[in-house]
Ligand binder design. Sequence first.
Ligand SMILES: Cc1cc2nc3c(=O)[nH]c(=O)nc-3n(C[C@H](O)[C@H](O)[C@H](O)COP(=O)(O)OP(=O)(O)OC[C@H]3O[C@@H](n4cnc5c(N)ncnc54)[C@H](O)[C@@H]3O)c2cc1C
Length: 379
Amino acid sequence: MSASVVVVGAGYAGVMAANRIRSRSEDTRVIVVNPRPAFVERIRLHQLVTGSSDATIPFERVLHPGLELRVGTVERIDAKDNTIALSDGELLRYDHLVYAVGSTDRRDHIPGASEHAFSVSELEQAHLLRLRLRALPRPLAVTVIGGGLTGIETAAELAENDPEIAVTLVSDTPVAQTLPPRTRRKILTTLAALGVTVTEGDRVAEIAEGKVTLADGRILQSDCTVLATSFAFPDLARRSGLEVDAEGRLLVDATLTSLGAPSIVGAGDAVAGPPDELGHLRMSCQAALPMGAHAADTVLARLGGTEPTPLSLGFVGQCISLGRRRGAFQPTRADDSPAWPAITGRVGALVKEQVCATTVQFMTKQATRGAYRWRRGPR
Ligand SMILES: Cc1cc2nc3c(=O)[nH]c(=O)nc-3n(C[C@H](O)[C@H](O)[C@H](O)COP(=O)(O)OP(=O)(O)OC[C@H]3O[C@@H](n4cnc5c(N)ncnc54)[C@H](O)[C@@H]3O)c2cc1C
């Protein structure tokens, strides 16, 4: 009887893993379980808010035709019985399982965030934000909280798209702090040119209807507040009794195999590897794709009776869109530290758009041909 592999989560990591397994092992039955009936291009969700992309692609265009798709949510993984339970009551058996459930936004760290903040972290949240912004009368004050790449991209997108939106970007750290000073200056100059007010070193103490209160007591009027701070993780692994870190990410070894559950491998945002081997991995689609491919290789090795190898993964760059007409591409070393000067301005925007497009090609055309390769890691 042919082996069966269940892939839980059809984001970047899950689609890559499923396509690669199916294309390299035609006898293997591969079932993909995902709550939404279409692939979500999370890296374009800030574009969905302004309408320059709908950030979804039909699964027929993304998944290998030999795969089976179940639209549903996995409620529990039983690693002893090798079964999963879906929320509609269906039970599926697996020989190998790929855990690739991604991440979501975190709301427990700022009072009022759950009730009053919007986000671009997930499809439904981005749609809600789009509807809210369309409904509010102009002129309008929007506060984006978080000076990382998602916050910057969201602030720039909103400001460029509608000059009647006054965008304030609030960050408790320097904006784009992972980038070198020259790239940061360029980003700050572009944000200023788009009309975004940036406040650095300000912690948000509370979000309420119509306002944001900073830790020093200042109040910002905010008709709409967007959270772009840290990510949280689905608690599927934790509630299934698998080994997880303090944040609920599945703990894996360097082959991406779950600690304590050898028939489960993990990939993407939802897993944490050994710090000395995989500690440099930033949560990103850039890491999720090769992790998905390597998770597939680990499963394929076990199916073929060979020993899986440790993942070696290096970064290439950091890409930031600053609206539709400007952007920045910061080349990095394999360990994600900045290498050469960034490409910025219009060319930076073209590079970013090209990266978004090739990301989909990597996990579809290249993965289904089994041809996908990636940069090796720093060690
Ligand atoms: C606005 C925005 C812009 C970004 N820009 C970039 C960028 O430019 N470059 C970059 O590298 N990264 C970027 N990122 C980060 C990137 O999107 C994530 O790191 C990436 O999506 C992680 O891929 P993943 O496959 O692990 O998870 P995801 O893409 O989140 O996919 C996880 C999938 O699992 C499904 N799932 C969850 N729970 C279950 C369950 N119980 N049962 C079944 N399925 C489940 C989810 O619905 C989802 O489909 C951006 C993120 C955002 C929000």
